[in-house]
Design a protein. Structure first.
Length: 123
């Protein structure tokens, strides 16, 4: 399970890096999830990451942190479909309206978060 968690954590970091380098490209990737099926795919990805982090936690550098993050990410995954397409669109429009600097800031956070998870997973 550590491998799955590591791959998904690095995917978060890669998306963050894409957003830092090209905010419009990240926005285009995220907009692909603006469908009912897209929300369910996002839910599955979040559930997989959360479960993988939770199960990989005992063998990690930060087991308590990864357990808590795993649970939080799984809960976020479960409520993703309840968020709804319209709210998701409004959130993306708000995000895009703040410009590339704002998107880069959030992307840098995703990059750092993904790298932190990867570091914590590699014992």
């Amino acid at each position: 399970m550590t491998f799955v968690a590591l791959v998904l954590s690095l995917a978060v970091a890669v998306l963050g890096a894409i957003g830092v380098a090209s905010p419009s490209r990240l926005l285009a990737v995220v907009r692909r999830f603006q469908t009912p099926a897209g929300l369910y795919v996002a839910m599955i990805i979040r559930l997989a990451l959360g479960l993988a982090l939770f199960l990989a936690a005992p063998a990690s550098r930060a087991p308590d942190l990864l357990r808590v993050l795993g649970i939080v990410i799984m809960v976020a995954g479960l409520i993703t479909p309840l968020f709804g397409i319209e709210r998701f669109r409004r959130l993306l429009d708000w995000w895009a309206a703040h410009g590339p600097g704002f998107i880069r800031l959030w992307a840098a956070c995703a990059l750092a978060f993904g790298l932190l998870l990867a570091y914590a997973l590699v014992a």
